[in-house]
Ligand binder design. Sequence first.
Ligand SMILES: Nc1ncnc2c1ncn2[C@@H]1O[C@H](COP(=O)(O)OP(=O)(O)OP(=O)(O)O)[C@@H](O)[C@H]1O
Length: 336
Amino acid sequence: MSLAELERTGATVITGRTVVEMDSVDKDFVLGGTFFNQTVLRALSGVSLKLVSGRALALVGESGSGKSTCARMLARVYQPTRGTITFEGEDVTKFTGKRLAQYRADVQMVFQDPFGSLNPTQSIGYHLERPLRLHRPDLSGKAVQQEMLALLDRVGLRPAADYLKRRPHELSGGQRQRVAIARALSVQPVVLLADEPTSMLDVSVRLGILNLLEDMKVQRQLAALYITHDIATARYFAEDTAVLYAGHLVEQGPSEEITERPQHPYTQLLIEAVPNPARKISPTRTRRAVDIPLWTAQSKGCPFVSRCPRVTAICKETMPTPTPVGPAHMVRCHHI
Ligand SMILES: Nc1ncnc2c1ncn2[C@@H]1O[C@H](COP(=O)(O)OP(=O)(O)OP(=O)(O)O)[C@@H](O)[C@H]1O
C-alpha cells in the first residue's frame, strides 16, 4: 500500500526521520529571593516532542506559555534544567566548540520581528554573504555571489540582483522576512525554528510567508517547529500540533485531528476563539481574561484548574499523565 493510500485510510503516517528529540525537559528560571529561599519559575515542565524531517510541528499557546523558551532550548541558547535534547541521536547539551557551532548552523531560527533581526546599517548582500563565507568556506567568491542571487530568487525576491545593495529599511515587512528566511537557508540547515514568523506582518502578506516556509520544508526536507498563538494557522502549515499551557504540553497529535476533535478543554477554548463567521455567538457563554498561573517547582495539580469547566478535586492535586485518545494523539486531562 502506498503512503497516499495508507493516509486515505485515516492512519497517521509519519514520514521522515526524527532529527531532534526533547525528552521530559524542565526549564527553571530563578526569579529572585535569597540563596536559601529562591523563587523559581518552572517555564517548562516535562516537555517531550520530536521534530521530523519534512514535517512541521506547531507549538501553540498563549503568551507566557513557554513557546519561545522551548525554541531557545532547541537552538541551544538555554540548557535544560532536567531532561534531554538529542540531535540525530547525540546529546545536544554536551556540544561544545566546533560541534556546537555546527549545531547552531544546522538549527536556524526565524523570528517574529524581521526588522529587529536584520542590521539596519548593512545591505541585504552583507546579511547573506557573512553566513555563506563563515559556514561554507568551500565556496569561491564567484560562487558566493551566485548563491546569494539564487537564495534571493528562491525566497521570491526578484530580480534578485536588485535586492543585494538595498538596506532593510528599503524593504517591506514581508520582504524583510523573506531576507531573514534566505539568510537562515544560506547555511543549509536541517532544522528550522520559526517563532511567530508572521505575527508582525500585514495580514495580506502572511499567507505568502507561510507558503514559502511550506515550500522550503518540503523541498529541503526541513524538520520545522512553528510557534504560533493562532491554532488556525497551525493546521495550515504543520502536520502535527502540540498545545502548551503554563509550560505543560496538554494535547499533542495530528493537526487535523486536534482542530477537528480537540479533547483538552484548553485546546477547545483556543479553537472556539478562532473567528468563524458561520458560528452563532452564544449569549450564555462569557469569557473573562485569566492570566496563565505562575508555575513553580512547588506547584501541584493541573495548571488549567482556574479556567477549567471540568475541574474536580483530583485536578487540584495531581497533574494528569498523557492519555492516548487516537493514533499519535495524546491528552493530559483527568476527564476525557
Ligand atoms: N530568561 C528568562 N528569565 C526569567 N524568566 C523567563 C526568561 N525567559 C522566559 N521567562 C519566563 O518564562 C515564561 C515563558 O516565557 P516564553 O517567552 O517562553 O513564553 P511564550 O509562550 O513564548 O510567550 P510569547 O508568546 O509572549 O513570546 C514566562 O513567564 C516568562 O516570563
